[in-house]
Design a protein around this ligand. Structure first.
Ligand SMILES: [Zn+2]
Length: 399
């Protein structure tokens, strides 16, 4: 080092830093996998991090990056093209479907009373300001259509099938698809529809739904009874799901639970059911605290708890507190139209069983059968005494 310094006129103490700055290592067994250029390392870390089998020189690396970016752009363009193609195919199908719907809109005079009530419910709950279209269930936050999302869907599907709600292709094509069987699949949560009738007709349907009607005819209509049951069932399911979620539980909701709830609401009001469900879920939440009990075990115990609490109340061995609606389960448009405006009660679907509401309007013959059954069943009598507090007298004095 001393010799090199003397040879080139450098101070010997400078030589290590000069060497450090200018030395490099040609790695002969590492070539660029694209162009074959040999790798040169300038620092130790470059050498230690080198992957000789897959090294690319800077130029080739840049070319590769550019190619990848281009490929990505091409891919995106292709996706957009496919999306546009799908949209056109869907729009064509939807427009054809809508064309058929338009030729099959029933005359307003031919609508049955129950379908009119369902249409009125939809106008009330989802009608847009100009009454031309619906707003989507997703965007509706003021007045719920029905107490339960499953029932919301059912109503919309029913009216759609009757051609009372028409497809609105431009607004909703994203939420309508055609499946492999060439059937429409509608995302009822997000889709909007056009009403089949004009504003005057819709207004008339609304007014009719809110004025005096033939209650006897409605009460003997099995469709009306079925929708009323669905409302009360929806109130129970919706409350059950909320209570369970609050306690991190998720009871399986299937035919078994539904048939249990149906049996319960045949005997007690939604108000009482809320109390029963509240107790059933609280008891399941306490169950989780026990050793070896999982959330699944506890969730599965809820339906048994409902049955237990129900039979205690039904047999009169438990009294219950009066339950009111909580803020997260407000009265729905459907409950107003099907109960309050029909029977002239205040939140009748919540406080009364169908039997209590229907029986004053049933024909004499049916009424006799009902009274006979009730009188013959001591538990039934006890029970009606227990919930008498909940019943608004108006329901009966109005008859
Ligand atoms: Zn290269």
């Amino acid at each position: 080092m001393l010799t090199i310094g003397q040879e080139f006129g450098l101070k010997h103490q400078d030589i290590p830093s000069i060497v450090k700055a200018n030395a490099y290592l040609v790695v002969l067994d590492c070539q660029c996998i694209e162009c074959g250029k040999t790798k040169v390392c300038y620092t130790r870390s470059q050498l230690t991090q080198l992957k000789p089998d897959s090294w690319r020189c800077d130029d080739c690396w840049k070319v590769l990056q550019e190619r990848r970016e281009q490929e990505y752009l091409d891919y995106q363009l292709e996706q957009e093209r496919l999306e546009e193609e799908r949209k056109q195919v869907a729009l064509e199908y939807i427009n054809d479907y809508r064309g058929n719907q338009l030729t099959e809109v029933p005359l307003i005079t031919e609508l049955n009373e129950v379908d009119k009530l369902l249409l009125a419910t939809t106008i009330e709950g989802l009608g847009s300001e100009n009454l031309k279209t619906t707003i989507s269930l997703r965007d509706n936050i003021s007045l719920f259509l029905s107490p339960f999302f499953g029932l919301d869907q059912k109503i919309l599907h029913h009216l759609f099938k009757l051609n009372l709600l028409l497809l609105a292709p431009e607004e909703s094509y994203e939420y309508i698809s055609v499946n492999k069987e060439q059937e429409l699949e509608i995302d009822y949560y997000q889709a909007t529809f056009e009403f089949a009738y004009d504003t005057n007709d819709l207004t008339k349907i609304m007014v009719d739904a809110k004025s005096k009607k033939n209650i006897r005819a409605l009460v003997s209509n099995t469709q009306f009874e079925m929708w009323c049951q669905q409302i009360q069932l929806g109130e129970c399911l919706s409350y059950l799901i909320t209570r369970a979620k609050l306690n991190n539980l998720a009871p399986p909701i299937g035919d078994k639970l539904i048939s249990l709830l149906r049996a319960c609401i045949a005997e007690c009001s939604v108000s009482v059911m809320h109390y029963i469900i509240y107790k059933a879920v609280e008891s399941a939440a306490a169950y989780v605290q026990k050793p070896n009990i999982t959330r699944k075990h506890a969730s599965n115990s809820i339906s048994g708890n409902i049955e237990r609490v129900f039979s205690k109340i039904y047999s009169g061995s438990w009294s219950h507190n009066k339950s009111f609606r909580d803020a997260s389960h407000p009265q729905s448009a459907m409950a107003k139209i099907f109960f309050d405006y029909v029977f002239g009660v205040d939140d009748g679907g919540f406080h009364h069983t169908l039997d209590e509401l229907f029986s004053p309007y049933r024909s004499q013959k049916t009424l006799e059968q009902v009274s006979y059954a009730t009188l013959g069943d001591a538990r039934g009598t006890n029970y009606s005494v227990t919930i008498a507090l909940d019943i608004k007298q108006s329901c009966f004095t109005d008859v």
